[in-house]
Design a protein around this ligand. Structure first.
Ligand code: IVH
Length: 675
């Protein structure tokens, strides 16, 4: 054999092996190898593909990075229309549906299947000879957008089916979604970057699928699962259950649980179980979908113009409350973004009192026609921030005031402007004045925060006062503060003034990553700050690094790299850094910031959740890092251990689903050898 065919053979083997592990992970929820081993195999394949591009398969699991941006999506016709489902909201409605179906089948017994109704974006994917060739959105049900390139980036989607004899054509239907963790992380990054936030995970998934740049899509945490076969050539399944078994065999992820029901009573009992079960799922569900199992019976029942008569969605109520909108305030963020916030008459919903809710942006307020003084319906779905859903129009008073986005910054009176996104006016309004007090306040607050420079005692109220009294205009001026100056402030005694000065002084010797994060460079979160600090080792090298050098750092993409470059190109920022240096701030990475390849936890990723009995999260993280481990915020197949304390939530659940090892604090201490 030639070297070339050796390589081709090995590439084939690796692809098959990786697909097998993907399947164990995403379909069977029981990982078959360690993340490290998986990454090693993936890296080996990537190297071979680079060396032998002629033998590289476009369906390889390495191909999840996206390609060149599109001008527009092509249109994709659905050979089998993508129908929607009718909804029911109450047991009597459900009973009526079941009785209607039974009647339609001449009183025959029906074998029902109940599955969770996932709240994502409906998609249809086509596999030919087992290879993924095309995927589309629903659109109007007859034709949608061709989003093949975007779908290809989804890690849980195999580009090749794991069937020995795949059918000539297999078109499958499913849902693209984002987990709650993925959504939160994405929004956190967007907030750091001064970008508009997504309203909920579904909105985030839908917005992501609409991106024309699939490389951007690849960076977002999309997932996919399937619940139906729309078209198949060759041996066709005879029932929904058989269809789901086929999907599973093909390596396509599906729901982790379903209920078989034979009567309305069993359906109602199953719905109750589902309502409990779904809370433990890492993604949002809004109800259940009840389906007739037998395809013969499905066919007999047929469909209306828009929905089948053999299936129905049962929606669970999300907790809503009605209250009055007292006012709309404008919050000015660290990057100058003006965000309207609803000030509400306090109301109790989903276990807590809500007095503020996000209104997102001007467009959203106009779309819902929300006016000050209106009676509004608010909703707190799952862990998502409370939102104003709609106005109770019948209760609108004549004095209800329309909202207009201020033409000036409410904090500094400076000019505001709309962001320009891709040459067009975006929806975000930003204050342009870099010395705007509101921005300064939030920047300083971010700098001093626990996760950044950790200056104890320097909270929001104090920062506000210091900036209002003009004692503070730049981060570096923190180090010019004296106890005498501080004593002028409200409720500031000698002792606390002394403590604060001490805390500020101590912050001079913080880790470099903390300083980097604290500077508030757009798109640079704590994790990238750590990566940057470890890679460059000191601020001066980072300061002069070119975009290409920056993108070499793990987790730093083009956008982040450019943003870092922009930051260090600004005169103002350089001046601030120079002053910080004169104040003796640490600009050099410490030993424990450098990637450690020794340490007994080297290469292992940990996720912490819930409150640990003795250690704070920071302490536990520090210990893990010292032993060479990494701490991440979301559970994935790369997680070696989840360390769970009291009130651990969805992360623990996810760990269980993925079969990730779970430790308590004692277990962690043992692992660390610190007793
Ligand atoms: S079956 C013809 N099963 O809900 C029936 N749909 O409100 C096709 N959905 O368009 C849909 N989970 O986007 C089905 N287990 C599930 C589902 C599900 C979520 C979505 C899907 C559908 C919409 C209808």
């Amino acid at each position: 054999m030639t070297r070339k065919s050796d390589a081709a053979k090995r590439m084939k083997e690796l692809m098959a092996e990786l697909e097998r592990h993907n399947r164990a992970y995403y379909v069977e929820h029981s990982p078959s190898i360690s993340d490290r081993e998986y990454d090693r195999l993936l890296a080996e394949l990537a190297v071979l593909e680079r060396e032998h591009p002629e033998s590289a398969s476009p369906f390889s699991p390495t191909q999840k990075v996206g390609g060149a941006p599109l001008e527009a999506f092509a249109s994709a016709a659905h050979r089998v229309p993508m129908m929607s489902l009718d909804n029911t909201y109450s047991p009597p409605d459900l009973r009526e549906f079941v009785e209607r179906a039974e009647k339609g089948l001449g009183g025959a017994a029906i074998d029902w299947i109940l599955e969770p109704k996932i709240d994502g974006v409906a998609v249809s994917l086509r596999f030919e000879k087992g290879l993924f060739v095309r995927g589309a959105t629903r659109g109007d049900g007859r034709k949608g957008d061709d989003i093949t390139a975007n779908l290809k980036t989804i890690r849980s989607l195999p580009l090749q089916l794991s069937l020995a004899n795949p059918p000539e054509v297999l078109e499958v239907r499913g849902e693209v979604y984002m987990t709650r963790d993925g959504f939160r992380k994405l929004n956190y990054e967007r907030e750091k970057g001064g970008e508009t936030l997504f309203v909920n995970p579904r909105n985030a998934a839908a917005g992501t699928l609409k991106q024309l740049d699939s490389r951007e899509v690849a960076r977002r945490p999309l997932e996919i699962l399937f619940y139906a076969v729309a078209e198949i050539e060759g041996a066709a399944p005879q029932s929904h259950r058989e269809a789901l078994a086929l999907l599973r065999e093909a390596g396509l992820p599906g729901h982790s649980r379903m209920w078989d029901c034979r009567s309305v009573e069993e359906i109602e009992a199953a719905l109750m179980e589902l309502d409990v079960f779904r809370r433990g799922l890492p993604y949002e569900t809004d109800g259940g979908v009840l389906k007739v199992n037998s395809f013969a019976q499905q066919q007999q029942l047929g469909q209306t113009s828009k929905a089948p008569r053999w299936a129905i969605a049962y929606k669970f109520e999300t907790e809503k409350a009605v209250t009055r909108l007292r006012n709309i305030e404008i919050q000015v963020g660290r990057t100058g973004v003006l965000t309207p916030v609803a000030v509400l008459e306090p109301v109790f919903v989903s276990g807590s009192t809500v007095s503020r809710a996000t209104l997102h942006n001007e467009e959203e307020i106009a779309r819902k026609d929300i006016r000050v003084g209106d009676v509004v319906v608010i909703e707190k779905a799952g862990e998502v921030i409370p939102a104003v859903v709609e106005v109770v129009m019948a209760k609108r008073s004549k004095d209800a005031r329309r909202f207009v986005m201020p033409g000036q910054c409410p904090s500094c009176g400076g000019r505001v402007s709309k962001d320009v996104v891709g040459g067009e006016e975006g929806i975000m309004v930003r204050c342009e004045n870099l010395s705007c007090p509101a921005q300064i306040k939030r920047r300083i607050q971010h700098y001093a925060a626990r996760g950044a420079m950790d200056i104890e005692g320097l909270g929001e109220a104090l920062v506000d006062q210091l900036v209002d009294l003009k004692l503070l205009r730049h981060i570096d001026e923190l180090y010019d503060l004296t106890a005498e100056k501080l004593i002028q402030l409200d409720r500031m005694g000698n002792k606390s003034a002394g403590n604060l000065i001490e805390a500020i002084q101590q912050s001079r010797s913080r880790h470099l990553w903390r300083l980097l994060f604290g500077l508030g460079i757009r798109h640079v979160g704590a994790a990238s700050a750590r990566a940057l600090s470890g890679h460059f080792g000191n601020l001066d090298s980072l300061k002069t690094a070119a975009v290409e050098d920056l993108t070499r750092v793990p987790d730093v993409g083009e956008i982040v790299a450019r943003s870092i470059r922009d930051f260090f190109d600004k005169e103002d920022n350089l001046r601030t850094l120079e002053r910080l240096k004169q104040h003796g701030l640490n600009f050099v990475a410490m030993e424990d910031e450098k990637p450690s390849s020794s340490g007994n936890l080297a290469g292992k990723t940990f996720v912490l959740t819930g409150a640990l009995p003795a250690w704070s999260r920071e302490e536990a993280s520090e210990q893990i890092r010292r032993a060479g481990g990494t701490v991440s915020s979301s559970v994935s197949k790369k997680t070696a251990y989840v360390v769970a304390g009291e009130d651990a939530g969805s992360k623990l659940e996810k760990a269980r689903q993925l079969g990730v090892a779970v430790l308590d604090e004692t277990g962690l201490r043992k692992l660390l050898g610190v007793g």
